[in-house]
Design a protein around this ligand. Structure first.
Ligand SMILES: *[C@@H]1O[C@H](CO)[C@@H](O)[C@H](O)[C@H]1NC(C)=O
Ligand SMILES: *[C@@H]1O[C@H](CO)[C@@H](O)[C@H](O)[C@H]1NC(C)=O
Length: 490
């Protein structure tokens, strides 16, 4: 049975936020920041990192979704690729939803992570009006694809090419969801954009209904609806494995170098050229003249791709005591990897959130870094951590346990189901298959795939039911002809 670690208590959260607000609004310079952080830290160490608080169950938990009457279904999926160029979906594999399955929600279910409550916040703009076909139609101009689920079958109409394979892995996640919860994913019709930056501006829709548009992140000035990003199922271009696999790698790797034996600096590796803030961060790198206690590296993806990713293994990046997170064009998928190291994460003030990051509490899961005084703020945090190793390690562990426990794939799927269920309830029309849509199924997606894309798709698929899966694949999944699934249980 799944349990849900409750790491959040609303009133404490508010206190933390006000402390951070104080840090932000402080114009009196470092002294005030230092003082505020010290107060914050003392507060944390006495109140939060405390087993009893962490396991408190709040009555406000979302119950809807944890309506797991039984464990997520993991019936074997048979990939019958055959030798056709366009494999045919095995229709019999997609059961129709039965209304009774949806309404028989048991009341005694385990609670979901706290970030589930944001589902309601994201859908609030349509709460009283519902979502009409006209509103969805207005989202089309932004959309990468339109997703329709009807009677448990998944249809997609593509409007434009997204960056890399974001759409493939996102849609694969939707297929996995439908196969995990047969009969539970409601009929729906939605527009999805795979780019970084949210576009549905709050300011433009104060008196009109905004178009409902799904994407991976939003900020306080936008109304986009957040959905788990593609990286949970894999990022083939950068050799970033599906989250479940990678989270395990990170867990193992974490244990190899004890926190005290790690380099006592703040580490960051990434592409500095995507935002002003990242360029500004690079100025804090160690030099002949300064040591701000930051060790910053330029991740040159072109070079890494050519060299087979030898130097970019995320699981090997847990060898510093502190890790810096900084947004790029918008939020960055690196956040969960950075948090997973058991090293306190330093978040340079964030503006964007994805579906889970809104549950992260400054001072508990991460240390906030000033955006306008990065170098001094980083050096202060490193010095503090090195002088307060117990507290620093507790913060590192709180961040890691958040991503390892509350961000398990089970919950990611549950969040998707919850969000899609609530979204579908708002629809004021019967979704229909768009004229130019095609049906998606495991065969139509996985059979034609090649290389790492195929490997990751099969790996994710394998996670659901590795043991019971029988892969029958006439076209052979791997070049060597080894059926996938057999070698993927390690
Ligand atoms: C696969 O190809 C063989 C010969 O090329 C053909 O006889 C067979 O019918 C094909 N099978 C399918 C499922 O298309
Ligand atoms: C930061 O400094 C280190 C040590 O001198 C150097 O190896 C690294 O390339 C520098 N990083 C950047 C982004 O310039």
């Amino acid at each position: 049975m799944r349990t849900c670690l409750k790491a959040m208590n609303v009133s404490l959260e508010n206190k933390a936020n006000s402390a951070v607000a104080a840090i932000r609004s402080s114009t009196k310079g470092v002294a005030v920041v230092v003082l505020t952080l010290l107060v914050l830290v003392v507060f944390i160490s006495t109140h939060w990192i405390d087993g009893t608080t962490l396991t408190t169950i709040s009555s406000k938990n979302e119950q809807v979704l944890s309506s797991h009457p039984r464990k997520p279904q993991s019936k074997p999926i048979i990939l019958a690729c055959g030798n056709q160029t366009t494999p045919v979906c095995q229709r019999s594999l997609s059961p129709s939803p039965s209304p009774s399955a949806i309404s028989s929600v048991p009341q005694s279910s385990p609670s979901c992570p706290d970030y589930f409550r944001w589902v309601h916040e994201d859908l609030r703009p349509w709460k009283s009006t519902g979502i009409t076909e006209e509103m969805v139609g207005r989202a089309r101009k932004f959309a990468t694809f339109r997703l329709v689920v009807l009677a448990g079958r998944v249809y997609v109409e593509r409007y434009r090419r997204p960056f890399q394979t974001r759409d493939v892995f996102t849609l694969w996640g939707v297929l996995q969801l439908v196969s995990r919860y047969p009969g539970r994913v409601p009929d729906l019709d939605l527009m999805f954009n795979c780019d970084d930056t949210p576009v549905v501006k709050l300011a433009d829709h104060r008196s009109s209904q905004p178009p409902p548009l799904f994407r991976y992140c939003k900020d306080d000035r936008t109304l986009d609806i957040v959905f788990p990003d593609w990286s949970f199922w894999g990022w083939a271009e950068l050799n970033i494995k599906p989250w479940e696999t990678l989270a395990n790698d990170l867990k193992q790797r974490n244990q190899r170098v004890k926190w005290r034996d790690r380099k006592p600096y703040a580490y960051w590796k990434g592409n500095p050229w995507v935002s002003d803030s990242r360029r500004d961060l690079i100025k804090c790198n160690v030099s002949k003249h300064h040591d701000w206690k930051a060790r910053l590296y330029d991740q040159n993806w072109d070079r890494e791709i050519k060299q087979g990713f030898r130097n970019s293994n995320l699981a090997n990046q847990c060898d510093h005591r502190y890790k810096i997170y900084i947004e790029g064009r918008a939020w960055s998928v690196s956040q969960k990897y950075i948090l997973a190291c058991d090293s306190p994460a330093f978040f340079v003030k964030t503006h964007f959130h994805d579906f889970f990051s809104r549950a992260l509490i400054p001072g508990l899961h991460f240390w906030p870094i000033r955006e306008d005084d990065k170098c001094r703020s980083i050096r202060f945090a490193v010095d503090w951590g090195n002088e307060h190793q117990q507290e620093a390690q507790e913060m590192g562990r709180a961040g890691s346990s958040f991503v390892q426990e509350e961000l398990k794939m089970d919950y990611v799927y549950d969040y998707m189901l919850h969000l899609l269920t609530e979204y579908a309830k708002l629809l004021r029309y019967e979704p229909a298959v768009p004229e130019k849509a095609t049906e998606l199924c495991s065969e139509s997606m996985a059979c034609p795939a090649t290389g790492l894309v195929k490997e990751f798709l099969m790996e994710v698929d394998g996670e659901v039911d590795a043991r019971r899966r029988a892969v029958r694949d006439a076209s052979t999944l791997r070049s060597g002809g080894v059926p996938s699934g057999a070698g993927e249980e390690s």
